[in-house]
Design a protein around this ligand. Structure first.
Ligand code: ZN
Length: 180
């Protein structure tokens, strides 16, 4: 009677180990006093409750592999979205590769490149029900990646996908949404 139970237990253990084995199984876990680290000064409370729950669950799963989850951006107003996008342009990033609506990006890139100009455009997109980013609809957050190696970033990407969300690897962060 005990023999099948042992087999079931062993199978469950193998499943639990599958992910850590992918990383070589050498990571310690549980070193973070709090699984989710939210930077001060960002609009975390403005995110949907379901998005916040998703972030906490992601942090718990990542912590099991010893991967810290630091949230560097939450909900964004039109002006904070404008600032974030202008920063990317300043870093030489191609916005048309990061955002789905190429027409909106073309319009922004053709407009004066300052926060006031882009804020007005981004606010008009949001008002017409076509927000350029889920940060503006309270359904996205960013995770710092400069403290992670390539495997850890890919592991986070995989965890988000397994949870049914969508992740985009950007220059210095992972952009995460709780749904696709
Ligand atoms: Zn983002």
């Amino acid at each position: 009677m005990a023999f099948p139970l042992i087999l079931v237990g062993a199978a469950a253990l193998l499943l639990l180990k599958a992910r850590s084995r992918r990383n070589g199984g050498t990571r310690s876990s549980g070193r973070q006093p709090s699984p989710l680290d939210v930077l001060p000064g960002i609009d975390w409370n403005g995110l949907d409750a379901s998005t916040q729950r998703f972030a906490h669950q992601l942090a718990r799963e990542a912590a099991e592999e010893g991967i810290p989850v630091v949230v560097t951006s939450g909900r964004r107003s039109a002006s904070s979205q404008a600032s974030a996008m202008l920063y990317k342009v300043g870093q030489g990033e191609d916005l048309s590769k990061l955002y789905r609506d190429k027409g909106q990006i073309a319009a922004l890139m053709g407009a004066p490149r300052n926060v006031a100009s882009w804020t007005a455009i981004l606010a008009s997109y949001a008002a017409s029900g076509r927000p350029i980013s889920r940060h503006m609809t309270s359904a996205s957050f960013d995770i710092r990646t400069r403290n992670l190696d390539r495997d850890e970033i890919e592991d986070l990407f995989d965890i988000v996908s397994e949870m049914g969300g969508r992740a985009v690897i950007e220059a210095d962060h992972l952009h995460v949404s709780p749904y696709r």
